[in-house]
Design a protein around this ligand. Structure first.
Ligand code: UT7
Length: 317
C-alpha cells in the first residue's frame, strides 16, 4: 500500500491572546486550577474579522509556499473543523477560491471533532488513490471561542482558536499506518439539530478523560503494530492537545520517553481539529522535525471519535 508523507506545514493564530488571568475575571476560576488540571496557560481567540476560514486560508497559503508545489499539483483539499462560519460554502471551498486551486479537484470539510485532522488525512489518502493524484492539502481549523458559553467555567477555560495546514504526498514504500474509530455518545456536544442553532459546547469532562486515557495508548499501539514499528522508531508522538495530564497518562501507560511527546497546550489550549496540525507546524518552524523522521499523530474527541496515523516527515520538495 502507498502511504502519505508530510512535505510541509503552515499555521495561523488569531489576534487575541486570552490568559488564565483574563478568564479569572470572567468566571470563578484560578490560574492555579487551570494550569494544574490541564497545563493550559493561555489560548488565542478570533478577533471580529477572523474566523476558522480566514485562519485556514492563511495556514494553507503558508503550507503551499513551503511545499514548493503549485496549486495545480494539489489533487484534493480537505478541511477538518466543527466551527465553520457557514455550513456551506465549506471552508475547503473557501480555500479553493482563495488559493486558486484547480476547479476539477474535490474540496470539502469533515467533522470528526478533535480527531478531525486524522480523519481528513485518512480521507486524503483514500482520495489520492481514487483520483490518481500525488499531493493533498489537509487543514485543521477552529474558532471554538464562538461556540462556548463564556459563563461556563467547566468549558470556557479549555478551548482556543487556530489553524494548521499540511501538504501530504502519496508515496511508495514509506512507513504508514492509520487507525480510526467512533462510538456515538453525547459526552461532548456542541450545536443543535439545525446548522443555525448555536448551542454552546458542553462536556462530561471526567468521562472524556477516562475515554482519552484508554484510547490514546491503544491508537498508538495499533499504528505501531500495523507498520511493524516500535516506540523506539518514532522521533515524535504528536497527540491532540486537550490536557497535559492525558498525555502524561499515555506516557506512563506505555513506559515511553516523555520528551518524544510534543506539548503546546500551555500556549494554545484545546483547539480541537487544529491542535495536531498546529503542533506539527510549530515543530517544523522550530527545527524539531527533520527529514526522514517517523512520527505518530493521535487524536480523540467528540463523537466520540479517535484516530492514529504513523508517517514520515519528508520536508519540502
Ligand atoms: O478535546 C476534546 C476532549 N476533551 C478532553 O479531553 C477533556 C477531558 N477532561 C479533562 O481534561 C478534565 O476532566 C477537565 C480539565 C475538563 C476537568 O478536570 P477534572 O480534574 O476532571 O475536574 P472535575 O471536572 O472533576 O472538577 C473538579 C472540581 C469541581 O468542583 P467540586 O465538585 O469538586 O467542588 C468543579 O466544579 O473543579 C471544579 N471546576 C473548576 N474550578 C475552578 C470545574 N471547572 C473549574 C474551573 N475553575 N475552570
Amino acid at each position: 500500500m502507498k502511504g502519505l508523507r508530510l512535505l510541509a506545514t503552515g499555521g495561523a493564530l488569531p489576534g487575541r491572546v486570552v490568559t488564565n488571568e483574563d478568564l479569572r475575571r470572567q468566571v470563578d476560576t484560578s490560574d492555579e486550577w487551570i494550569t494544574t488540571r490541564t497545563g493550559i496557560r493561555q489560548r488565542y481567540y478570533c478577533t471580529e474579522n477572523e474566523d476558522a476560514a480566514t485562519l485556514a486560508i492563511t495556514a494553507a497559503r503558508q503550507a503551499m509556499a513551503r511545499s514548493g508545489l503549485t496549486a495545480n499539483d494539489i489533487a484534493c483539499c480537505i478541511v477538518a473543523t466543527l466551527s465553520a462560519p457557514t455550513a456551506t460554502p465549506s471552508i475547503a471551498c473557501r480555500v479553493q477560491a482563495a488559493l486558486g486551486l484547480p476547479e476539477d479537484r474535490p474540496a470539502f470539510d469533515v467533522n470528526a471533532a478533535c480527531s478531525g485532522f486524522i480523519y481528513a488525512a485518512a480521507t486524503a489518502h483514500g482520495l489520492l488513490t481514487t483520483l490518481d493524484g500525488q499531493y493533498a492539502l489537509v487543514i485543521g481549523c477552529e474558532a471554538l471561542s464562538r461556540m462556548m458559553d463564556p459563563t461556563d467555567r467547566t468549558t470556557c477555560v479549555l478551548f482556543g482558536d487556530g489553524a494548521g495546514a499540511a501538504v501530504f504526498e502519496l508515496a511508495e514504500n514509506v512507513p504508514f499506518a492509520i487507525t480510526l474509530g467512533a462510538r456515538g455518545s453525547e459526552a461532548i456536544r456542541a450545536g443543535g439539530p439545525a446548522a443555525c442553532d448555536t448551542a454552546p459546547i458542553t462536556m462530561d469532562g471526567k468521562a472524556v478523560f477516562r475515554f482519552a486515557v484508554e484510547t490514546m495508548p491503544r491508537c498508538l499501539q495499533t499504528v505501531l503494530d500495523r507498520s511493524q514499528k516500535t516506540l523506539a522508531d518514532l522521533a515524535w508522538v504528536v497527540c491532540h492537545q486537550a490536557n497535559s495530564r492525558i498525555i502524561d497518562h499515555c506516557i506512563k501507560h506505555l513506559h515511553a520517553e516523555p520528551s518524544k511527546f510534543y506539548k503546546n497546550m500551555d500556549r494554545h489550549g484545546n483547539t480541537s481539529a487544529a491542535s495536531i496540525p498546529i503542533a506539527l507546524h510549530e515543530m517544523e518552524e522550530s527545527g524539531l522535525l527533520r527529514p526522514g523522521q517517523t512520527l505518530a499523530c493521535i487524536g480523540f474527541g467528540g463523537g466520540l471519535t479517535w484516530g492514529g496515523m504513523l508517517l514520515t516527515y519528508e520536508g519540502r520538495k
